[in-house]
Design a protein around this ligand. Sequence first.
Ligand code: 5GP
Ligand code: ZN
Length: 111
Amino acid sequence: MDDCIFCKIVRGEIPSKKVYEDEDAYAFHDINPAAPVHLLLIPKLHIDSLASADPRHTELLGKLLLIVPKLAKQHGLDTGFKTAIHTGRDGGQVVFHLHLHILGGGKISHI
Ligand code: 5GP
Ligand code: ZN
C-alpha cells in the first residue's frame, strides 16, 4: 500500500524506533505512548484490520501473537502487559494497517 504510514515505516520511508524485525513482522515504539512501554507490532503484509483478516492469515496472526510475550520480556514487563487490537472506526482504529498494541511498565487501565 503506497500511502499507508505503517507500510512506509516497514519500508524505512518514515523513521521509527524499531525494536524487532523478521521476514513477516516489524515492531516499534508508538510515537504517542499511552504507557511507559508502548510498542506496536505489525505484519509486514498490509492487512487493513482484523476485520479484513481471513484464513490465509492464520499462521501469520499466530506468529504475531507469539512474538508479543518475547517483546514484553525484552522490555522488562515481567509483571504483565496488555495487548490490544483496535478494529474499525468504532473500535478506535486510526491507522488502517493491522497492529497490536503492547502496553506495560505501569498500571494499565483495565479495558
Ligand atoms: P490505533 O488507534 O489505530 O489502534 O493506533 C494507532 C497508533 O499508531 C497510535 O497509538 C499512534 O500513536 C500510533 N502512530 C500513528 N502514527 C505513527 C507514526 O508515524 N509512528 C509511530 N511510531 N506511531 C504512530
Ligand atoms: Zn500498510
